[in-house]
Design a protein around this ligand. Sequence first.
Ligand SMILES: *Cc1c(COP(=O)(O)O)cnc(C)c1O
Length: 369
Amino acid sequence: MQKKPHQVPFLDLLQINMAHQTAIQTAMNQVLESGWYILGEQVNAFEKEFAVFCQAKHCIGVGNGLDALHLIIRALNIKAGDEVIVPANTYIATWLAVTYAGATPVPVEPDENTYNIDPKKIENAITPHTRAILPVHLYGQTADMDPIIDIARHHHLYVIEDAAQAHGARYKGRPAGSLGDAAGFSFYPGKNLGALGDAGAIVTNNDHIAERVRLLRNYGSKIKYTNEIQGINSRLDELQAGILRVKLNYLDSENQLRQKWASYYTEHMPKEQVLLPYVPDAMEPVWHLFVIRHSHRDQLQSKLKEKGIGTLIHYPIPPHISDAYQSLNLPKGTFPLTEQIASEILSLPMGPHLTEADVEYVCNIMNTL
Ligand SMILES: *Cc1c(COP(=O)(O)O)cnc(C)c1O
């Protein structure tokens, strides 16, 4: 009988969640049987537990990661006419959070080694309208926060972390979510901490931001039918909160497994053809993605596909060239480094679903190409 060829999926959410099947089912039943489905004891408990995990004072659960960022911006009263500095090299949600609040995203090129916003290029982008800097901890590694915070202090700007890919990542020993004025997290199913649907949270040490965001996520209301401001409806469900509480218990060990696979990849990749991720001393990434660079990326991706290895590109079209942002008039060529990165990056399989045989197989194939 012929041996089945080895398959390595990019991600396997079924496997990741089935590993906690019994505990998740118990949590879901608990919510079902409680008869209380919005803003109850599961959300309260998750908010306390996730704040502790991030070493921050407050956590406020919301509907998704985009809303988390958008509500921070609204809580800071950033609005039409204001500018927010964002990475050119990010997922479009970072920019959408700014435009959703009526403000204008002002993109800055990345550091060419880490792919995160380059602090040296931020000051050039500051104008009298700038209100905040919104660094993204892309792929699970924090941005270089100390110089960003220094610039922000000097110019009286807020710092908002997009921590949607960085649950548990550390910068100089301190966790993502505790580094700026406030942070937005996503618990989209594919993130390091993923719900079984949409979910997100704001984490902050700032009492005022926490209070405003609590109002904004719930129709601007603290007391039912008493509406202090024009809020929206973006609440974390009891059901998702119960599931996230289960999965939070395993986040550190799952992140450690990601680190193990990242180390294995780093050690066994063919280093002449492939540019590996760069990790500065200050950073402890959580490897949401393992992103390599290759000059013939598309060819590499199809060869890996032929060998049963799933890969993705994060992200193929930078926000400034997407149809969605033609109105900003930032044509192709405006951010050449971002555009070059987008044409060369490839995300290899990464996650707690992988086995040693999987990463060994990926490295073996990479070394035969
Ligand atoms: C996933 C993600 C978001 C948005 O989160 P959603 O929960 O999908 O709304 C924002 N920023 C980054 C960098 C992300 O990866």
